[in-house]
Design a protein around this ligand. Structure first.
Ligand SMILES: Cc1cc2nc3c(=O)[nH]c(=O)nc-3n(C[C@H](O)[C@H](O)[C@H](O)COP(=O)(O)OP(=O)(O)OC[C@H]3O[C@@H](n4cnc5c(N)ncnc54)[C@H](O)[C@@H]3O)c2cc1C
Length: 369
């Protein structure tokens, strides 16, 4: 029997395990995780227009979002999309419910020291495998980042009912754009509890100004009355618009290490679901995991151009989001961010953005690539 090792049991490792399990192949699968990044501390929000294998893990579903852009607040319906939140522990339980009845799935606690062509080294021991899926080590040489997505979020408990429990705020540009293209994101649990996150797109060599992020959050929350910060999360995600080489012999990188974060948003959940389904399908159909859909060069160019423009001229992010989300529903914008639009639809979406700025950035990218 050919053994499969999945290095890392976070979002991509667990999602892949579940998709392999439902594809009915009989190879032994071992998921190895050292617990350094506990699932209990994680939650992923994402949008989708179709049912997914792990939907039972979602704890919240929303059919509207709020945006504040170019001086106006709007509540937008999502059309065929839904915005949902999946907590790490719930994802793990749903995946275990799928894999536990199958004896050939094992979850092993251990530290992956190295990933090799014929397996992985876990706590000094070599574990042989035919195929390795790697979400922890990544390629020996990563492409340089095109930009950084730097965010700091507070889980807030407000004394009065300060949040709209039914409508998350996808972006609110009422925060300073002086240092970087920035917005505030609000994901409510209920009227008193929410994750309030300050998000900035910065140049790859920029350093995070933690004090400025906290100041911006405090300023944003100034009107909600007394509140307590229950916990803080922060991260800096490297955003790469170029294609990440994923295959190295029998190893395929998955998740963030496999370049699956969308470069212009930093979202990865839905792309990881699609990728997991494609990997499982490839193994089932061809006996190897590499027959994956080709990535779109056009959308990579759009992402790269947006990052180039907004890291140079921060005010352009609000303009771009204003143009994308100017319709009655958020569906056209979400479809574009899902890379499921056609060129004529894209030209309509781009109307309202400064053509000369974007064309110059696109030309520069194409010439220097
Ligand atoms: C704070 C934060 C919030 C995010 N929020 C969202 C969101 O709301 N929506 C969205 O779409 N995207 C979000 N993202 C982006 C992306 O979806 C997540 O980073 C996602 O978790 C990436 O999945 P992954 O499998 O690559 O990594 P992870 O989910 O981090 O999984 C990696 C796993 O590997 C384990 N591990 C690491 N090193 C080793 C080792 N050497 N040996 C063994 N195990 C190891 C860790 O314990 C972890 O469980 C967020 C990212 C961050 C950092």
């Amino acid at each position: 029997m050919t053994r499969i090792v999945i290095a890392g049991g976070g979002l991509s490792g667990l999602s892949l395990a579940a998709h392999l399990a439902v594809m009915d192949h009989r190879h032994p699968v071992i998921v190895v995780d050292d617990g350094r990044n506990p699932l209990s501390a994680k939650a992923w929000a994402s949008w989708s227009d179709r049912p997914g294998l792990l939907d039972a893990a979602a704890c919240r579903w929303f059919d509207r979002i709020r945006v504040h852009v170019n001086g106006t607040t709007k509540v937008l319906r999502l059309g065929r999309y839904r915005y949902r939140v999946v907590r790490g522990d719930d994802l793990a339980s749903v995946v275990r419910r799928i894999t536990d009845p199958l004896r050939h799935f094992t979850f092993h606690e251990g530290h992956v020291d190295r990933v090799e062509d014929d397996g992985v080294v876990v706590d000094g021991q070599h574990l042989r495998a035919r195929w390795v899926f790697d979400s922890v080590i990544g390629p020996a040489q990563e492409r340089p980042a095109d930009a950084l997505l730097s965010f700091r979020g507070w889980r807030v408990r407000a004394e009065r009912a300060a949040f709209d429990a039914e409508i998350p705020t996808l972006f609110d540009f009422r925060t300073s754009q002086a240092r970087a293209a920035s917005f505030v994101y609000v994901l409510p649990d209920d009227a008193h509890h929410a994750l309030v996150e300050h998000t900035s797109f910065t140049a790859p060599d920029a350093t995070t100004d933690q004090a400025a992020q906290r100041e911006a959050l405090a300023e944003y929350l100034a009107d909600i009355g007394p509140y307590e910060i229950e916990c803080e999360e922060h991260a800096v995600l490297p955003l790469r618009a170029g294609q990440t080489p994923r295959r190295n012999g029998n190893v395929l990188t998955i998740g963030a290490k496999g370049g699956l974060l969308k470069a212009s948003t930093g979202f990865g959940y839905q792309r990881v679901q699609r990728d997991s389904a494609a990997v499982a399908e490839s193994l089932h159909e061809y006996g190897h995991p590499f027959a994956l859909p080709a990535e779109s060069a056009r959308f990579r160019l759009f992402d790269g151009v947006l990052l180039d423009v907004v890291t140079r001229e921060p005010a352009q992010l609000e303009r771009a989001f204003g143009a994308l989300f100017r319709y009655r529903t958020a569906e056209p914008a979400l479809r574009f961010l899902d890379e499921a639009t056609t060129p004529p639809q894209e030209w309509r979406l781009f109307a309202g953005m400064p053509a000369a700025t974007y064309l110059a950035a696109a030309r520069h990218r194409l010439v220097s690539s």
